[in-house]
Design a protein around this ligand. Structure first.
Ligand SMILES: NC(=O)c1ccc[n+]([C@@H]2O[C@H](COP(=O)([O-])OP(=O)(O)OC[C@H]3O[C@@H](n4cnc5c(N)ncnc54)[C@H](O)[C@@H]3O)[C@@H](O)[C@H]2O)c1
Length: 323
């Protein structure tokens, strides 16, 4: 298959591109390289530029079988920095890309949505794809609106599928240390301390390699089973406190401190029943695997300056680019 991956040089993309190349696919990436290109050594076609540029979307979607749309301002705090830009990148560009893909005969578009669009749910409830979306942030709002706008353009010749991942964890050639499991692992290894703000917030978690497998499953599933459908992608549902405790168990000597105050109201567990039933997808890894892999990378001296270097933190990078 010839696949266009937008945002293919980001955290998820930098693991997904090598993964799909190894499966024999041909890959084209459209990316503005906000965090650089750490997958240069792999054999793929790069179109460097902005996903908001319609002519570029048109060019990028020619002679392509499937699109995986990862490019985004990709977390809650960075999406609040410049709301107008966020709308252009996280919502308007989805519509432009969907139109271009459909016009150019692409068979399937897979959206990187997020479980953040569920917002908040009290009690031990595992939210399904049928549950109400209550996005608490701009990031979540545009993920929800983007899904609907893109689904509206789907038809029997053009399949649109949306994956709603939990927080991704683990190693990537474009590493992020602003995602909860990765944050705690970095803090435990760098200064032996974890600060838990609140702690009761619920988070679905998914290993980055399982995320790659989920995209692969969405590429191959029969169109009639997945068209205009959203799928939660979750490995484990854990509270922030439980994630911290597990990281501390895996990295002995880590101290945990609690802070009552938190600005983070997002809290939800998600159900993996639908993706298992329809796509036959079950995760093979867990957060401990992600922590162990990151520990090995730290031990090998692969990372430098992980508490301060802005490349590891989306918000710091975007703020620096604004200067
Ligand atoms: N990482 C997670 O935990 C997670 C969880 C749920 C959903 N997602 C979604 O998955 C996708 C990938 O996430 P990620 O963690 O790899 O993010 P990331 O920030 O590491 O990567 C995003 C990529 O998109 C590119 N990009 C940003 N704006 C662009 C633009 N205007 N034009 C072209 N390229 C642009 C960046 O250069 C970067 O390479 C995002 O859509 C994100 O919202 C991620």
């Amino acid at each position: 298959m010839k696949i266009l991956i937008t945002g293919g040089c980001g955290y998820v993309g930098s693991r997904l591109v090598p993964y799909l190349l190894a499966k024999g696919h041909k890959i084209r990436v459209l990316d503005s390289l906000v965090f650089g290109n750490n997958i240069k050594d792999f054999n793929f076609e790069l179109i460097e530029g902005d996903i908001c540029d319609e002519a570029l979307c048109d060019k990028a979607t020619k002679d392509i079988d499937a699109v995986i749309h990862l490019a985004a301002i990709s977390n809650d705090p960075t999406a609040e920095l410049k709301p107008e830009t966020t709308k252009r990148v996280n919502l308007d560009a989805i519509i432009t890309l969907t139109r271009c893909a459909k016009k150019n005969g692409v068979k399937r578009l897979i959206l990187a949505s997020s479980s953040t669009l569920y917002g908040f749910k009290e009690g031990d409830v595992f939210l399904t794809e049928e549950d109400e979306l209550v996005p608490l942030t701009l990031y979540g709002k545009y993920k929800a609106e983007g899904e609907n706008a893109s689904f509206a353009l789907a038809d029997e010749n053009f399949t649109v599928v949306s994956l709603r991942p939990g927080t991704v964890c683990g190693f990537s050639l474009r590493q992020r240390f602003d995602l909860i499991v990765n944050i705690f692992t970095n803090h435990a290894l760098s200064n032996g301390k974890l600060i838990i703000e609140g702690g009761k917030q619920k988070r679905p978690i998914i290993h980055i390699l399982d995320m790659c497998r989920a995209y692969e499953a969405a590429l191959h599933a029969p169109a009639e089973k997945v068209n205009k459908q959203a799928f939660n992608v979750v490995g484990e549902n854990m509270t922030i406190e439980d994630i911290a405790k597990r990281v501390a168990e895996l990295i002995p000597g880590t101290e945990i401190t609690y802070v009552d105050k938190t600005d983070d109201r997002r809290s939800y567990f998600t159900s993996s029943d639908k993706i298992k039933k329809v796509l036959g997808f079950s995760p093979k890894l867990n957060m401990a695997d992600a922590v162990k892999e990151l520990c090995n990378k730290f031990e090998d001296g692969y990372f430098k300056d992980t508490m301060a270097d802005s490349r590891f933190f989306n918000i710091k990078t975007l703020k620096e680019l604004e200067k």
